[in-house]
Structures are given as structure tokens and as C-alpha cells.
Design a protein around this ligand. Structure first.
Ligand SMILES: NC(=O)N[C@@H](CC(=O)O)C(=O)O
Ligand SMILES: [Zn+2]
Ligand SMILES: [Zn+2]
Length: 347
């Protein structure tokens, strides 16, 4: 007799992922490839992936790092700079493997110093993106140091996103890793083609997690975790069945020593147990029936890609999260290291 509870869903995709390069890529790629068919791969390498040629080379390195017998399709992105030309956008679209262009406001997050200093410098590229239907993914935070860290996403909506979408009404935008009730409301109500990714950690935690009993660097990411009322609004959006909200882990590995430091890096490693984390959040909301649309359908629909065939299964058994994982010569600490979740991915 098997009384174990199981859920099955169409194989999902991750619409916001950091795979890094070299040894780090080798270490983390199998975790994502085990759970997801495809992922939108972020271009914030050093140096950043700014051209179709660089994206092609990066894609080859990802495919070469894939263990034999595993299947995974990296969906590449270009890193928008003040100098991205309209020709480069056309090349990217024609390549067939570049699926989005990423806006990092200069200085907003990890490896964003080559990012955009003034969106007015990007008119030619944005115009071309609008014309060829290339989505713009945005790290939506203002960078002005006088703006409170917790208010930077809301400020981005008012100061950058609304004017941008007024100037380019046909531009398809993904508001990445939203963290506030303001962003969820904007995306739900805005006109035109817009989507948003939501991470598992922003569904599960509020900002108290960063300070519980002492400072906890593995809960520090950007945009930073917000108040409980924002977490609740994100859960409501993710479980609403609104196709504008879809899964993007923002799994962002940094070596243990780079996180546990006087000036620690931003990013949470969640690729190891991404679906278990999301299932936990959806179950707590009584909305496990909404997980498949969010994880497996809505992102593909937005990106105008076919939905996956095949299914994955999660079993309701305890999963103990390891304290750390090998990361090249270093160590990588997954989110909720040492804790236990109530779901386990079985394949
Ligand atoms: N989310 C993070 O905290 N960090 C990301 C960058 C990003 O997505 O902003 C990273 O590359 O480490
Ligand atoms: Zn970001
Ligand atoms: Zn990211």
C-alpha cells in the first residue's frame, strides 16, 4: 500500500537563473537540469554577455558542462549596455537562441557595473526590440543612493518602468524577481504585454529572515526581502492563476566565503531544491493546484515557446537540505541549509 501523497506537473522551466561559468557552472548546472527543461540564463558574467557571439559561446560552454544523459535547453539573454546597437538586437533575434535582453541599472546588483547609466542612451536598441518582439527583462530597482534600499523597487516603477512603457508601448517586459505588493499590483493591472517572475525565497520569507538571531547572509539577495505584507501579496499573485506571474528562481550561487564576509554578496542558491521550495509555499497557501500553471505554462506562453511535454513528480516526504555543497574548490550553501522541507522531487 502506498499512502504517500504525490503531485505531478508538466516539466517546468526556470525563467530567471544564474548559471555562472567555469567550475561554478559545472557545479550548479545539474541541479537545474534535474528539475527544469529550460531556463532563461542571466548574462551578468564578468565580462558580461553583451553580444550574440558571446551568448553563443556561453551557450556552448553550458551545453558542454551538462552531464551526459541529461537534457536541458539554455535560453540565452544579452546584457543591455549604453552601447547596444539595433543591429545587435536583430542579430540576437535571428539567432533563435537569444530570448531576451536584460536591463541592469548600473550598480543595482551583482556584476551590474557595466549596466545602463541612462535608458535614454538605449533608445535605438529598445526601438529594435519593440519592432522584432524581443522581450526586455528588468532588474527593477532604482540605484540612487538617497533612495531607501527597501523602496527602490517601487521607485523604479514610478520613475523608470512607467515612462519606459509609455515611450515603448509595444515592448514586451518581464519585471524580474518582484518583491513588493506595489510591483504585483502594477503587473496585474498594467496595459500591454508584461509578465513578472517570482522567486521561491520571496514567497517563503520576509525580511525578518535576514536578522533572525543574528545576521544571516544566506538570506541576503537583491532586491532584498521585504515586509510580511509584501510577501503575502506575492503569494496571492503567484497563486492567483493570473498568467502574468510565473516561476523564476533567481538562483544566484556565490561561494560560502563570499557570502559569509564583511561585505557579503547578494544572492540565494535555490536550484538544488527549487520545486520543493515552491511546492512548500503553494501548499501553505492551499493552492497546490495552481503550481503547474505558474511553474510550467505561463512563462512558456509569455516567451512564445511551446509548453514542455513530460511530467515531474514531487513526493510528500521529508527532505533534509545539506549544510553545503561542493562548488569547484569552494563550498556553496543552499537556502535553508540544515533545515527540512516537506516535499521531495523524485524525477
Ligand atoms: N539576486 C541577487 O541577489 N543576485 C544576482 C543578481 C540579480 O539577480 O540581481 C546575482 O547574480 O548574484
Ligand atoms: Zn536582479
Ligand atoms: Zn537574478
Amino acid at each position: 500500500m502506498n499512502t504517500k501523497q504525490r503531485i505531478s506537473l508538466t516539466r517546468p522551466d526556470d525563467w530567471h537563473l544564474h548559471l555562472r561559468d567555469g567550475d561554478a557552472l559545472q557545479a550548479v548546472l545539474p541541479d537545474t537540469a534535474r528539475q527544469f527543461a529550460r531556463a532563461i540564463v542571466m548574462p551578468n558574467l564578468r565580462p558580461p554577455v553583451t553580444t550574440t557571439a558571446l551568448a553563443s559561446a556561453y551557450r556552448e560552454r553550458i551545453l558542454a558542462a551538462l552531464p551526459s544523459g541529461m537534457r536541458f535547453e539554455p535560453l540565452m539573454t544579452l546584457y543591455l549596455t549604453d552601447n547596444t546597437s539595433a543591429d545587435e538586437i536583430v542579430r540576437a533575434r535571428e539567432s533563435g537562441f537569444v530570448h531576451a535582453v536584460k536591463l541592469y541599472p548600473a550598480g543595482a546588483t551583482t556584476n551590474s557595473d557595466a549596466g545602463v547609466t541612462d535608458l535614454r542612451r538605449c533608445s535605438a536598441a529598445l526601438e529594435a526590440m519593440q519592432r522584432v518582439g524581443m522581450p526586455l527583462c528588468v532588474h527593477g530597482e532604482e540605484t540612487e543612493s538617497s533612495i531607501d534600499l527597501f523602496d527602490r523597487e517601487k521607485a523604479f516603477i514610478d520613475r523608470t518602468l512607467i515612462p519606459l512603457r509609455r515611450d515603448f508601448p509595444g515592448l514586451r517586459v518581464v519585471f524580474e524577481h518582484i518583491t513588493t505588493a506595489d510591483a504585483a499590483a502594477y503587473v496585474a493591472e498594467a496595459e500591454g504585454e508584461i509578465g513578472a517572475t517570482i522567486t521561491a525565497h520571496h514567497l517563503l520569507f520576509n525580511r525578518n529572515a535576514i536578522f533572525k538571531g543574528g545576521i544571516r547572509p544566506h538570506y541576503y539577495c537583491l532586491p532584498v526581502l521585504k515586509r510580511e505584507r509584501h510577501r503575502e501579496a506575492l503569494v496571492a499573485a503567484a497563486t492567483s492563476g493570473n498568467a502574468r506571474f510565473f516561476l523564476g528562481t533567481d538562483s544566484a550561487p556565490h561561494a560560502k566565503g563570499d557570502k559569509e564576509a564583511a561585505c557579503g554578496c547578494a544572492g540565494c542558491y535555490t536550484a538544488l531544491h527549487a520545486l520543493e521550495l515552491y511546492a512548500t509555499a503553494f501548499e501553505r497557501a492551499g493552492a497546490l493546484d495552481k503550481l503547474e500553471g505558474f511553474a510550467s505554462f505561463f512563462g512558456a506562453d509569455f516567451y512564445r515557446l511551446p509548453r514542455n511535454s513530460g511530467t515531474v513528480t514531487l513526493e510528500k516526504v521529508e527532505l533534509r537540505i545539506p549544510e553545503s555543497l561542493p562548488f569547484g574548490e569552494k563550498q556553496l550553501v543552499p537556502l535553508m541549509a540544515g533545515e527540512t522541507l516537506g516535499w521531495r522531487f523524485v524525477g
